[in-house]
Design a protein around this ligand. Structure first.
Ligand SMILES: [Zn+2]
Length: 445
């Protein structure tokens, strides 16, 4: 039963619903009732049908679905700028893993994730796929801030502060799912075996067993670098994708991350098995990991979403910057300027992310009956003038700084650029404390 008092109207200059594709609506109003989108109507009709509802008028704003960050490690925001300008393996072995070994515990993950959530909400991200140790801390930081996400259950063969063996990771992950995910409407979960080079065949087999039984996705770094592929050839005599295929992992439940170094036959294999790809262009560029052939993947019919990866290898969580990079790098790599249009880039960061997470019926587009996750981006600044095509300005000229209003599940979390619930002073104070501890441990060169 919809009560008249629950209804709110949002009337921006432009609305891009993402579905149907390529549409920009002018003089339209989004009608919200509690956590849901009730309708998308011409503004005069909305005002006639709901004369008493509060109407937020947003001149020179474009309203779109909330952005979905398809891959990240939120807590690693505390390592932003800690070790830059290094190759992936040197970065991991000699910098990130030692400092993680020293500091990662429940509090580190909770505080780091809270910092990331603040940055993500500020920049228009309303849902994120996250994988890190202490998923219970991630889940609590997400839900305490009313943030939506897929909080993954990590699996890795190395002992760490959260679990010692692959089997213990899986066991603790399943317990986490029972305790924190099952009854939380904002959260879903997936297994996240870290990568082919950090998980054994046994770890993958056990993961797959539970994933199939529970119909849970598997989120996996795959073909991130040429070194990963060369090492796999030496160690296993096959490329990582072939090994995953032989282990039975390629399926619509598989969310692969990075996917550089792809051969034509591998792209066909991914397409045949309906595997999803989370493309992280800025992390790939910064770590010189290689290029994901996004144009070829799209041509093959593969669902490609966009992620920032962790802030330690990006170095921010700004999804508007990420979609701009995704669009322009895809054009360069394909040597075809028509590949990944502005509309397609936004779709990758919204409905494609939702599809990867199995949430395409709930979020990712502005349609009646979907959940009210949406953002308003301010295009009034002179740097966006003139506006022939607002979606072009949003994708190619704006950054997260222009996001002015954010709603998740019908709750407005950012209003006129200010947090309505999140305590940014507390996040700042906690971050300062971690900065002094981590600086005292070692000063990166
Ligand atoms: Zn990653």
């Amino acid at each position: 039963m919809i009560k008249a008092t629950d209804i709110k109207l949002v009337s921006p200059t432009w609305i891009v619903p993402v579905i149907p594709a390529g549409v920009v609506l002018e003089n339209h109003t989004l009608v919200i009732s509690r956590d849901q989108i009730l309708a998308l109507l011409p503004t005069p009709q909305a005002l006639t049908e709901y004369p008493d509802a509060p109407n937020l008028q947003l001149e020179d704003h474009i309203v779109t679905p909330g952005l979905i960050n398809a891959h990240g490690h939120a807590a690693m925001t505390l390592f932003r700028g800690y070790a830059d300008d290094r190759e992936l393996i040197d970065w991991l072995n000699n910098h990130i893993w030692p400092v993680e070994g020293q500091f990662v515990d429940y509090d580190f993950v909770y505080d780091g994730t809270s910092l990331a959530v603040a940055e993500m909400i500020r920049g228009g991200t309303t849902c994120a796929a996250d994988t890190y140790f202490f998923p219970d801390a991630v889940a609590n930081a997400f839900s305490h801030n009313h943030f939506r996400g897929q909080v993954c259950m990590p699996v890795i063969q190395f002992a760490n502060a959260w679990a010692k063996t692959e089997d213990e990771h899986i066991h603790k992950g399943l317990q986490f799912r029972d305790d924190l995910v099952k009854n939380n409407p904002l959260l879903t979960t997936a297994f996240a075996p870290h990568s082919p080079y950090t998980v054994t065949d046994h770890g993958f087999e056990r993961t797959l067993l539970y994933a199939e039984e529970l119909q849970l996705p598997i989120h996996l770094h795959l073909h991130e670098t040429l070194t990963e592929v060369q090492d796999a050839m030496r160690q296993h005599g096959q490329r990582p994708i072939a090994r995953m295929h032989n282990l039975g992992l390629l399926s619509p439940l598989l969310q692969t991350v990075h996917m550089t170094q792809l051969e034509a036959g591998e792209i066909t294999l991914l397409a045949d098995n309906n595997v999803h790809v989370a493309h992280c262009p800025e992390s790939n560029l910064k770590l010189a990991s290689g290029f994901c052939p996004v144009g070829d993947l799209i041509k093959a019919g593969i669902n490609v979403a966009i992620g920032t990866d962790g802030a330690a290898s990006n170095n921010n969580l700004d999804m508007l910057e990420e979609i701009r990079t995704a669009a322009i790098v895809a054009k360069s790599v394909s040597q075809d300027a028509t590949v990944v249009s502005a509309h397609e880039a936004l779709a990758m960061a919204t409905i494609n992310g939702a599809l990867m997470l199995g949430l395409e019926d709930k979020i990712g587009s502005l349609e009646a009956g979907k959940l009210a996750d949406f953002i308003a981006v301010d295009l009034s600044d002179l740097s966006f003038a003139p506006i022939y095509n607002p979606i072009s300005q949003m994708v190619y000229a704006a950054t997260g700084r222009q996001v002015n209003h954010v709603w998740i599940n019908g709750v407005q979390l950012l209003a006129d650029g200010q947090f309505t619930q999140l305590d940014s002073q507390r996040v700042r104070a906690n971050t300062r404390q971690w900065q002094s501890k981590i600086s005292a441990f070692s000063r990166p060169i």
